[in-house]
Design a protein around this ligand. Structure first.
Ligand code: HEC
Ligand code: HEC
Length: 359
């Protein structure tokens, strides 16, 4: 009995030793496979997060502006306004488009179509520095503008329509949201990563014909053959917004200027691109800007814009100009010679002012 028991025990022990060893080896194998997967995956993820890709991003270690956390807002009327403001930016057409629930006063685009992620995306034309810098003098109107006036401009130009009244819940909500977004940026500062990222000039005019070829390859699948975009099933909001035609921005809009268009698409299009992951060369971006902005779109009376001609930017395509360059060069470039001339003229004016002061 005893021996059997001992034998049994021995037998059991031997078995369990083997079992243990097998289990150990098996686990080791599993661990190896798991470790391999985690290691390679995290390496991939790490690479995606690296700020240096294809030589475009900065190597300065700059920390970019990011929006405050909206979930930390306390429950009060201010919070309601900010949340409504955010929704008005990202789903403008639901409220104010041709089938809008509040009014029907715009072309059906959303502010977010051009101010990505509700105006929070790095170099996606975000609102990070707006609160810190308005009211400010703007050469386009030749006046000191507050945020409401700037918002109204985008309604009248980019959304080719009418802005809600300054006393309306909607206008107040939009301004509340923009103010809240920029609340942590010091007055007068421009937050890193806000607005647009610069792009180098070409030393030739931008070419609409070349742009058209890129358009067919890289843009048409979403924005369509005639740039008309695609609406969602309800026909209320655009899934892919229009780039030209009657429902697009008008000739007074910021994107109608080649440099703004090129800067926007270089770091944001095709959809999903970012400053970390660009999909267009500088040439493609400029040529696409030339192509899209050579297509028909709504007009606007711009007689009152840039009352001081010497303050007209290098890429404003309508004269008269103080710099002596033609409309066609102001539209397509090359821009460097115009920019140099404008800078020199400004230097002279500033020197003149300085002289007056010292006299
Ligand atoms: C078709 C594109 C487009 C749409 C749609 C659009 N905007 Fe803009 N917006 C621009 C461009 C381009 C600028 C100028 C950016 C620059 O030059 O730095 C701008 C500038 C602004 C600015 C000033 C930013 C700054 O840093 O000074 C505000 C505020 C603004 N838009 C609000 C709005 C609001 C609100 C809406 C919706 C009602 C809207 N925009 C819709 C293209 C657009
Ligand atoms: C995969 C689909 C897709 C592709 C491809 C694409 N876009 Fe877009 N584009 C979008 C979407 C979606 C928006 C609006 C973003 C939002 O509302 O969040 C947009 C917005 C825009 C806007 C600003 C809004 C407007 O309609 O004026 C411009 C300009 C633009 N795209 C240009 C281009 C160009 C140029 C290309 C080709 C290089 C391109 N896009 C490729 C999906 C795409």
């Amino acid at each position: 009995m005893y021996t059997v028991r001992v034998n049994g025990l021995t037998l059991f022990c031997t078995m369990s030793n083997k079992l243990l060893i097998y289990t150990f080896l098996f686990s080791l194998g599993l661990l190896g496979v798991f470790g391999y997967v985690v290691f390679t995956k995290s390496d991939e993820m790490g690479r995606q997060n690296l700020p240096v890709q294809a030589g475009i991003a900065d190597t300065t270690g700059t920390e970019y502006w990011h929006a405050p956390d909206i979930s930390t807002l306390e429950k009060n009327p201010e919070r309601e306004a900010i949340l409504y403001g955010k929704d008005l930016i990202s789903r403008t057409a639901y409220y104010l488009g041709p089938k809008g629930s509040v009014a029907q006063t715009t072309n059906g685009m959303n502010c977010q179509n051009c101010h990505l992620d509700a105006g929070t995306k790095v170099f996606g034309n975000n609102y990070g520095s707006v609160f810190a810098n308005y009211p400010k003098y703007r050469p386009r109107s030749g006046t000191k503008e507050n945020i409401q006036k700037r918002v109204t401009d985008c309604f009248e130009r980019s959304l080719n329509g009418k802005a809600p009244d300054s006393s309306s819940v909607e206008m107040k909500a939009i301004v509340a949201y923009i103010n809240w977004l920029g609340k942590d940026v010091a007055k007068g500062e421009k937050a890193a990563g806000s607005g647009f990222k610069d792009i180098a000039f070409l030393d030739r005019p931008a070419d609409p014909e070349k742009g058209k070829m890129v358009y067919v390859q890289k843009c048409q699948s979403c924005h369509q053959l005639n740039g008309e975009g695609v609406k969602d099933a309800d026909g209320i909001v655009y899934t892919y917004p229009p780039l030209w035609g009657e429902h697009s921005y008008n000739i007074g809009a910021g994107l109608y200027r080649l440099a703004s268009f090129a800067k926007y698409i270089k770091y944001n299009m095709p959809f999903g691109a970012s400053y970390l992951n660009t999909q267009l060369s500088d040439e493609e971006a400029w040529d696409l800007a030339a192509f899209v902005n050579s297509q028909p779109r709504p007009s606007k009376d711009l007689k009152k814009d840039w009352p001081k001609t010497e303050e007209k930017p290098f890429d404003h395509p309508f004269g008269p100009y103080a710099d002596g360059f033609t409309e066609i060069q102001h539209k397509y470039g090359p821009f460097q010679p115009i920019k140099d001339k404008l800078d020199a003229m400004k230097k002279e004016r500033d020197a003149g002012k300085q002289k007056k002061k010292t006299i």
